[in-house]
Design a binder for this molecule. Structure first.
Ligand code: SAH
Length: 243
């Protein structure tokens, strides 16, 4: 059930939060837990707070970076209490996010990403995301405990999954599917090489690449459109630089 939906916790400080998040997941039928560089894991406190969800804690995969944790995902939603400078597509309402996520999860892996207790997600980590979501809360104090944020969003996902349109909707054709993060990374690396080689990027500190990242995040190209763009870049490349 809900097997394509992954919960990623980045550099969790308190192992108890890992256990409580696992419990929150299991109550909502989500089982795939990935931990990016947890401070302390495995840990008895994680198992204690997981209660009946100790199987989720035991099955958790530990990875060295967020990019690695979500490379195969076609949608990566970063949960954040406040907006950062990167203008990614943003869901103000968790139920709208959950409907979109459940739809994508019918065909491919997707992820919900949660940041550190003290400092949330870095800008570089937000760059690994395709979208952001905020849980609406008291403007004077909108920061939830990590595992409670997992609970709220997991509940929304579960609700959307129960109410999803019937399984009679035809699957996307392969070309219409969203690219995964690894395919998008290859595209951005290719675009970067062409911009360098053509002399278009002249100022090393200009935020051109960042703006283009945001543009393509909003455009949400399909796999077919991305391969069209890769073909265009290859045609523009000087012959020696082609890969
Ligand atoms: N001081 C940190 C808060 C971290 S709370 C910051 O400013 O980002 C730990 C994690 O819980 C956050 O990184 C986020 O993933 C999640 N979280 C907490 N409150 C949230 C909210 N209102 N909406 C969405 N996610 C939230």
């Amino acid at each position: 059930m809900l097997t394509n939906i992954r919960i990623v916790l980045v550099q969790t400080y308190h192992p108890g939060n890992i256990g409580a998040s696992a419990r929150a997941m299991k109550t909502m039928g989500i089982t795939d837990l990935v931990l990016v560089k947890p401070r302390c894991f495995p840990d008895p406190e994680a198992t204690r707070l997981a209660a009946g969800a100790d199987d989720i804690v035991e099955g958790a995969r530990v990875m060295g970076s967020l990019a690695e944790a979500v490379a195969d995902c076609v949608q990566v939603v970063g949960a954040s209490a406040r907006l950062r400078s990167l203008p990614l597509p943003h869901f103000d309402e968790p139920d709208a996010m959950a409907r979109d996520l459940v739809e994508n999860a019918a065909h491919d892996p997707v992820a919900l990403v949660f940041g550190r207790e003290r400092s949330g997600l870095t800008n570089e980590e937000i760059r690994c995301c395709s979208h952001q979501v905020s849980i609406p809360a008291n403007p004077d104090y909108a920061v939830l405990n990590l595992s409670q944020a997992v609970q709220v969003l997991a509940y929304e996902v579960f609700k959307a999954w129960r109410r999803r349109p019937g399984s009679d909707t035809p699957p996307h054709s392969p070309g219409e599917r969203a690219p995964n993060r690894e395919q998008l990374d290859h595209f951005h690396a290719h675009l970067g090489r062409v911009m360098q080689a053509s002399g278009f990027l002249t100022q090393p500190h200009a935020r051109t690449e960042e703006h283009l990242h945001a543009l393509f995040a909003r455009a949400q190209p399909s796999r077919k459109e991305l391969s069209l763009l890769r073909g265009l870049l290859s045609a523009l490349e000087p012959p020696a630089g082609r890969d």
